[in-house]
Design a protein around this ligand. Sequence first.
Ligand code: KIV
Length: 271
Amino acid sequence: MSEPKDARRVTTHVLQEMKAQGQPIAMLTAYDFSLASLVDAAGIDVILVGDSASNVMAGHETTLPITLDQMIYHASSVVRGCHRALIVVDLPFGTYQGNSKGALNSAIRIMKESGAHAVKLEGGREVIGSIERILTAGIPVMGHLGLTPQSIYKFGTYVVRAKEEAEAQRLREDAKLLEQAGCFAIVLEKIPAALAAEVARSVSIPVIGIGAGGGVDGQVLVLHDMLGINKAFNPRFLRRYADLHGVITGAVGRYLNDVRSRDFPSADEQY
Ligand code: KIV
């Protein structure tokens, strides 16, 4: 048997080793070839083709409208841009809940048509049947608990989840169920840091947080948020690493001026 094309590729086993060694896992979203290539080249461990594409790429208010075909389009673009990162793709709303056969078919389509390496889906005990069925096909599954944006109309708001003991206890139990079912990792979104740290200690699989404090095994942010493309979204957990809003509007403004003043193109910029 020959060596894999790129032996340095991050796998689910690598993530497990990172947790065992106490090495933090860095994950970011990406939705297109160009930005995914940059994120991969910078050395990120995991790229999530999140259904947040519905918000940041398509301008929808929620993640609910994005379709499986659209997720596959985004995922295949990301896959073409990456050589190292593990690529995880969100199963969109309506493609896995309440129907494990449908869930398996959705996951198979993602894997076959995009070339990604794993899927993610939201929920605990209520989606265990779907998770188990997907795993029978050898498809790695990442869980997602806490604030699960596909349930926004049930929650009614994007505030911190599991502050009350009953919801916290349910989350603890769901994390154990996801681990037992065979998930390779769990995302915890917008829950108290102490609860997230407790869950990370209680399961053997990596726990990746967003708005879940520093006591977990890794962090994930939405790329467009951390790059400062969208100025309107300012949750407390978000650290901005760039001001691309300023950079891009400034560059476009200078281009506008140059075209209008006929400064562009110059003699050197034509044939
Ligand atoms: O869709 C997404 O971007 C996500 C992250 C917020 C974890 O699920």
